[in-house]
Design a protein around this ligand. Structure first.
Ligand SMILES: C[S@@+](CC[C@H](N)C(=O)[O-])C[C@H]1O[C@@H](n2cnc3c(N)ncnc32)[C@H](O)[C@@H]1O
Length: 265
């Protein structure tokens, strides 16, 4: 990560620590319930165990992959050859956040789920286990990483994942057409301003009142902060929840006035 971005992120973190609220100061019943039942839910679901055991195995995996970087991917590793263990360390969400997504899917009972950026498939596995009757579409542009993720889904015996391989820019439209509508979307690839906004706008016509949009790394760079500001201000977004590492955007008509919450997580 460049020094400028690191300092910027540190500053944003301090703002977040200062600004973010705990449930005692949240006046919206929707956000209060979300905080209590999802963010603060520290129950260890049995589904977590097999995925975390699998992650531990990947942390020792020295298989070298040829990485095709299609987005503002890794700021720390420039080489196009990386081991599985390195990809796991730099690109995969930590358990705290993948498990949060598991609980989000369970809470909103999301069934049509789309992930932009599969990587090794760890979060995809959580999404899959959270919704047995759901369909998890996941897009990955690097062929060798996508092939590895495919193996992982087979090893974990996950059967509700539909893998799409290609650049989001080229295939997002056709994937959305195939899905028809989306209940939850996790934007976790190509952390640049304009592409993030474009993907968001492409997804919007497929959203409904209860769709949850999750944007990863909203303070990763100035560009991502700009993208998040655009999303917050968009006319179809009525409520946002900022937990620093991720931003959640909702289109609920029940929220009469636009509201933005920063919630401690
Ligand atoms: C941060 S990783 C995804 C991590 C994963 N969601 C998880 O939680 O474990 C981002 C992935 O998106 C892929 N990616 C980035 N830009 C892309 C693009 N324009 N089209 C397709 N894939 C892309 C990268 O190859 C990388 O594997």
């Amino acid at each position: 990560m460049q020094l400028g971005d690191l300092l910027e992120k540190g500053l944003s973190w301090l703002h977040y620590v200062w600004d973010s609220k705990t449930k005692y100061k949240i006046h919206s019943p929707f956000v209060f319930n979300f905080d209590t039942k999802v963010l603060e839910n520290d129950f260890i679901y049995p589904e977590y165990k097999s995925i975390e055991k699998f992650r531990k195995g990947l942390a020792k995996n020295q298989t070298v992959l040829n990485v095709t970087d299609l987005g503002a991917g890794s700021k720390s590793l420039e080489s196009s050859k990386r081991t599985v263990a390195e990809i796991l360390e730099t690109s995969t969400k930590k358990p705290k956040y993948s498990q949060l997504q598991f609980r989000i899917v369970r809470y909103f009972q999301s069934k049509k789920i789309l992930e932009l950026g599969t990587s090794l498939g760890i979060t995809t596995a959580y999404l899959s286990k959270a919704s047995n009757e759901g369909q998890i579409y996941t897009i990955e542009g690097c062929p060798e990483i996508a092939a590895k993720a495919k193996q992982h889904f087979e090893q974990l015996e996950l059967h509700n994942i539909i893998q799409k391989n290609g650049n989001f820019d080229d295939i997002l439209g056709e994937v959305l057409n195939e899905m028809g509508s989306v209940d939850m979307v996790f934007f976790d690839g190509n952390h640049k301003h304009i592409p993030t906004v474009n993907y968001f706008e492409q997804v919007l016509p497929y959203c409904h009142n209860d769709t949850v949009l999750i944007f990863d790394d909203i303070y990763w760079s100035e560009e991502m902060e700009e993208a998040w500001a655009f999303i917050k201000n968009h006319e179809r977004i009525t409520l946002t929840i900022d937990i620093f590492e991720m931003g959640l955007a909702f289109l609920r008509k029940e929220s009469l006035a636009k509201e933005h919450f920063r919630v401690w997580y």
